[in-house]
Write a protein that binds this ligand. Structure first.
Ligand code: ADP
Length: 344
């Protein structure tokens, strides 16, 4: 999203200040960096102005004299974004009027996250450690027994409001965390938010457990905040495929969002992640459930805030729907989770 924002800003400027000739976009991939270059044959920028235009609200004397409008913010924002990602941005122009300009930015590339692959390899082995976070151990007793019988190294940690359990968690680094939402779901969501915003813990898969129905149910949920960073969604998708042990096969993914532009954007990201995926779209919770009744779905990308039937209601309904209970869900939310109301 940000990369696009910076590149588009440079391209828009190049077009704006070029009346003849052309604009060229070039992308060069190096060993550990990527350079994007936008070259134009327009007005060019005097040597004195070349530094100033990266400051806020600054425009070159040349474009002011010609009556060009603008806020003078685009380059300042681009510079900040690029530098925040460890990159650099620069302009080259001989300075002569009409000589054109070349803007370029370089960003370091990031190696693919190997850790997830390793974790996935481990998933089937009995060496897996599971940490159950609960505010009342009795509700998850049966779950823990079950996990231990299955050979998982199981540990329970009590969570309470305002308690600092995070350091303990970072130390024990479990392979999977199970959050018990049975008696205090709001606390569970707060805990999830803390886990997902903590650097050392964010990559650990989190499962949700609730024993509020006759038998306990387990929902596999991931959690992403809007606006979605493409890399974050890709990470979540990777994790699901790796855990399912089938990266290449076709998956049916249901994307649910009431906002048409967001729905399209999320669908595009998912499709780009793997072209072989089959995509289903639902504009609200009711449509999503209809689809779940008639289709086999492997993963759901679910918006929580929707009118009519929201994401929480969908999750509730999924629990009692045979076949839907086991579908992993990536929850997408712009909402402060602690304000969430839980319907028992
Ligand atoms: P804005 O375009 O809204 O004024 P920017 O921060 O994107 O804001 O650009 C700041 C100034 O830099 C522009 O007003 C213009 O004077 C100069 N500039 C930017 N790109 C070019 C270009 N490709 N050719 C000539 N001048 C440019």
């Amino acid at each position: 999203m940000r990369l696009r924002q910076v590149a588009l800003n440079l391209i828009n400027n190049a077009i704006k200040f070029t009346s003849k000739g052309g604009v060229r976009l070039r992308v060069e991939v190096g060993a550990d960096s990527v350079t994007v270059e936008v070259q134009d044959t327009g007005l060019g920028i005097s040597l004195e102005d070349q530094q100033a235009i990266f400051d806020e609200f600054r425009q070159s004397e040349r474009t002011i004299a010609r009556g060009y409008g603008g806020l003078g913010l685009g380059l300042a924002i681009s510079k900040r974004l690029v530098e925040m990602h460890g990159g650099t941005i620069a302009v080259h122009s001989s300075g002569e009027d009409g000589a054109g300009s070349t803007f370029s930015f370089t960003l370091p590339t990031v190696p693919a996250p190997l850790e997830q692959v390793r974790r996935a390899d481990k998933f089937s082995s009995s060496e897996q450690s599971v940490l159950v976070l609960t505010n009342r151990p009795d509700t998850s007793e049966r779950l823990c027994e079950h996990l231990s019988r299955r050979g998982f190294k199981t540990q329970i940690t009590l969570i309470k409001r305002g308690q600092t359990w995070r350091a303990q968690l970072v130390q024990s680094r479990p392979d999977t965390i199970i959050l018990d939402l049975s008696t205090d779901p709001a606390l569970g969501w707060e805990t999830l938010k803390e886990i997902k915003s903590s650097q050392g813990l964010a990559a650990i898969p989190v499962l949700f457990f609730s024993s509020s129905q006759a038998e306990g149910t387990l929902l596999e949920l991931d959690y992403i905040t809007k606006p979605i960073e493409i890399s974050e969604l890709t990470r979540a998708l990777d994790q699901h495929w790796l855990m399912a042990g089938s990266i290449r096969s076709t998956h049916t993914i249901l994307v649910v969002d009431d906002e048409p532009n967001t729905l399209e954007m999320h669908a595009r990201i998912v499709q780009a992640h793997s072209a072989s995926n089959r995509l289903l779209k639902a504009r609200n919770g009711r449509e999503a459930l209809e689809i779940l009744h008639r289709e086999t779905v492997n993963l759901i990308l679910l918006d929580l805030q929707m009118p009519e039937m929201d994401g929480f209601e969908v999750l509730e309904a999924m629990r009692s729907l045979e076949g839907a209970r086991d579908i992993p869900v990536i929850v997408v939310t712009g909402k402060v989770l602690s304000q969430w109301r839980w319907r028992a």
